[in-house]
Unconditional design. Sequence first.
Length: 184
Amino acid sequence: MDNLYIDKVLSGDSHAFRYFVKTYKDMAFSLAISIVKNELLAEEVVQDAFLQAYLSLAQFKKQAKFSTWFYRIVVHCSYSSLKKRSWDTVPIEPLEEVMEMDESIISKLIEEEQKQLIQDALLQLPGQEALALRLFYLEELHLEEITQITGWTLANTKVILHRARKRMSIEVQKHLIGQENARR
């Protein structure tokens, strides 16, 4: 399907590029936030990546999947953006406790809290490690696809994933201990 829209864009139908934006914007944002750790900056990175992809589409040789090629552009734009700027992350305040909730609301809150815990822990990891975890576990990509997107060797990808798993475990434990101490 990607190749059909690539051909349309290359033949002058610039509106056909909307297909790529709709299809890949969420994953692109996810990759960018893993690296830059700032939502506004990640949105900017994604816009830059789409612009670069659009302008470079004629150079896409269709040897790899479009998604792999595009995600590599997102990763490159993310690192380039970090070199240009230095942003501090802003801690998110915890939600106030709510009384008298039914079980479905409580389970939904627990699920959201778990997601937030994972996001918070990913924000504490170095960019490469957060990116590796996100690609491998959240996007369920194979190691070969990760190496194509990131430009890392297979051995380096495995090492980064191993380190990231260890560091993620430590960050989650620190967060849980911090919550435990806050309740006392």
